[in-house]
Unconditional design. Sequence first.
Length: 360
Amino acid sequence: MRRNRPAVIGQLPCTPGVYRFRDAGGRVLYVGRATTLRSRVASYWSDLRGREHLAPMVARVAAIEAVACDSAHEAAWLERNLLQTSLPRWNRTPGGLESAVYIRMDARPAAPGLFVVYRAEPAAQVRHFGPYLGRQRVRRAITALDRLLPLSSTGTRLSGTERDIARARGAVSADRSALTSSLTAILAREPAAVSDARSGLERLRDRAAGVLAYEMAARIQDEIVALDWVTCPQKVTTMEPTNHTVSGWSSGILVQFQISSGRVCTWSQRACGMPGAARALAATPHVWSDFMQRTAELAANMTTAARGRLVDGVELDPVQEGVVGDGPGVSGSPAEGFEVCFPGAADILLVDRGEGNQLD
């Protein structure tokens, strides 16, 4: 059954991201992730197609919030982290089903190579990258990298057959250091190195297709997709043991992520004047500035759209100076520490942030 779609959905970008629904009391009903935010969120107000059990939840949605991510992998991690912190009523599992893994690059002469591991355990001449979601994807990415940069073929304990294969591939032990450096650049997401690796795989794929080896071409294409997964932008889960809060502000809305042990674990947004946001913004590391600014701008646009004052991306002047929305008897700006929720076109609620604004 098709339902009236909230106008704020039109403000969502067609990018990967995470969304959440709140009820009229400000409580989080559901947290989800999307490859395309706008179409995914809009789907809740059309045919649910196998998700009919969510219909009662959709009927209670009074506010929609979203974070646009830089990749589908980043969205998967953000959803997982938020759900592991707190599981809303309508979510069934605390995060996706993907396994969290690392890539271990072992440069020791005896048996060098790339390996999928579940824990990053320090060792001499060993470096870890990640974490990543999806063990099978990461295995395919390692296979792709081994096609291009066969570090495993430079070991000193290869059998006779393995040495013959290594020579046929042009790999010798003297190449170990150079191969390690090249792999490090790719796994560290250096743009030029990632681009070169992808181009190399595309040439191998096209060469296979050119000799009618279509199964091999399809396999290499799957490996390209896997390599994209492990090298795409992703900052919401890292190996850095950092603990801090990052913030973004736009048009009276302050958005904050709490980071614990390198992982974004909570997400909050609330009405706040620029003077009240200044200290939080100053404390935000530069690497997060653009992401948080973009997130705050999206939150502000969605808030304005919910007030019925955003048309084709342009904010209209309020009918009366100081009027926050269309509801009778509501004027001025929301008090700091309260959140604006919009149950309907003519209703505005100020929700005390002490009542479930954050996921923790």
